[in-house]
Ligand binder design. Structure first.
Ligand SMILES: [Zn+2]
Length: 166
């Protein structure tokens, strides 16, 4: 439950010990960044907003997901939810306290709460949602992959705008 004046983000994070981080230069997680970008690109095939996620346990990817909202015509089919489903199936447990997630875009409130419910230990994201949610992050340098994640999104929306003008 949100307390007066409390943002959804603070509330979700208060409910768990989850660490929430924007990836920075020098973070040695290149292979996971690459994998979640690969997932994001899969969304493009079905005209879905390109967002990808991977869930990692002990250095091993146990869940992958990309946004399939258009493909499945289901509003909850975000990359993180799809990755969560796969990870829970693989682990045969909903409790993912020894796992972390890498996602190309900062999670929305629905996904953040689902990740918190799953007790995921760390959330790493490539690009902030500040333009949408007006959440300001502390000044951080871009890491490898941030530019690509942003480019994927801006190209997608640019193409959509051109199409809708025709
Ligand atoms: Zn989401």
């Amino acid at each position: 439950m949100l307390e007066p004046g409390q943002s959804w983000k603070t509330a979700a994070l208060k409910a768990t010990k989850c660490v929430y981080l924007l990836l920075c230069v020098g973070d040695t997680v290149d292979k996971y960044i690459e994998e979640c970008l690969k997932e994001a690109k899969k969304s493009l095939k079905t005209d879905d907003v390109p967002i990808g996620a991977v869930i990692v346990q002990n250095g091993k990817i146990i869940g992958r997901g990309h946004n399939t909202r258009e493909k499945e015509k289901l509003v909850t089919r975000h990359a993180e939810i799809n990755a969560l489903e796969q990870a829970c199936k693989k682990k045969k447990d909903w409790y993912l306290n020894d796992c972390e997630i890498y996602v190309t875009l900062e999670p929305c409130p629905m996904c953040l709460n689902a990740l918190a419910q799953a007790r995921i230990s760390k959330i790493y994201y490539l690009t902030a949602r500040d333009k949408i949610e007006h959440v300001k992050e502390p000044i951080k340098e871009q890491c490898a992959g941030t530019k690509e994640a942003q480019q994927l999104l801006s190209n997608f929306f640019k193409a959509k705008r051109i199409k809708s003008r025709k």
